[in-house]
Design a protein around this ligand. Structure first.
Ligand SMILES: [Ca+2]
Length: 263
């Protein structure tokens, strides 16, 4: 990637007198193949439905809605005003400089609330300011969840000094432990768009970054239907999100593609 990108820059500089901008070399998952009305992903998963969201204008596209509810522990509240469509992005905002709980946060959820198995690809710029958790995940309950999360504070006790992308299945089998792994994010994850993908199929979850599989597991895989959620939040917990952020902290989503089945 690094080599290719720089080769391209050199080529453009040498070959073109005027270049308005240097195109970024994108690495994205291939689209599903369509066969007999089914969407086939990687020749191993089959889905009936496809949804694609981009963010033009100033309102949320059909199929997504903004959350408006407080978390029961009183630490934070999701407000529609913090799910902002502007400049071609969905900006999920945690306001900077908050001093009193509940901290205001932003979240959108799929109108489809009966998703069971999906390949979801989110192109986004993760949050730079410390003190939030960016989430892209399936959620039915605290025991039926598979997720991708970004903790923007390196000093979160979970991060332990190095910011990482968290990949987790919550404790579906109720043995007292979730199933989790971390990977290094792209080096420019907080300034450039990258694709974060989760493929949830029966008995297996696979995670991808920029079209490359980074992990998979067959442990604690959820099995019930529910919605997909995209959020940005802080509750001040030093063990996880830390925060709240000193300045406005924005999770910027460029697009979402979802191949999915319902149940
Ligand atoms: Ca478990």
């Amino acid at each position: 990637m690094y080599f290719i990108k720089n080769f391209l820059v050199v080529s453009l500089a040498a070959g073109l007198a005027v270049s308005a901008s240097v195109p970024t070399v994108l690495k994205r998952s291939p689209a599903a193949e369509v066969e007999n009305g089914k969407y086939i992903v990687d020749r191993q998963a089959e889905f009936d439905n496809y949804a694609s969201w981009t963010f033009q204008g100033n309102s949320l596209p059909e199929g997504l809605y903004a959350s408006n509810y407080p978390i029961s522990d009183g630490t934070r509240v999701f407000v529609p005003e913090n799910a902002i469509v502007r400049n071609g992005y969905l900006d999920l905002l945690v306001n900077g400089g908050q001093t009193a709980m509940p901290y205001t946060c932003g979240e959108v959820v799929t109108v489809a609330n009966n998703i069971r198995y999906a390949s979801v690809r989110t192109v986004a710029i993760l949050t730079e300011p410390a003190g939030v958790c960016n989430g892209m995940f399936f959620y039915e309950s605290d025991a039926q969840e598979t997720d991708i999360e970004w903790l923007s504070d390196a000093n979160s006790l979970s991060n332990g000094g190095t910011r990482r992308l968290w990949l987790t299945n919550q404790d579906a089998n109720q043995d007292g432990s979730s199933t989790s792994n971390t990977v290094s994010p792209p080096a420019d994850a907080t300034t450039a768009e990258h694709e974060y993908r989760l493929d949830w199929t029966e008995g297996r979850v696979r995670w991808f970054v920029d079209g490359v599989q980074v992990w998979e597991t067959t442990e604690d895989v959820p099995s019930v239907p529910g919605p997909w959620v995209f959020n940005n939040w802080s509750n001040g917990d030093p063990g996880w999100s830390v925060g709240p952020p000193a300045v406005d902290a924005i999770f910027r989503i460029r697009s979402i593609e979802m191949y999915y089945n319902t149940a």
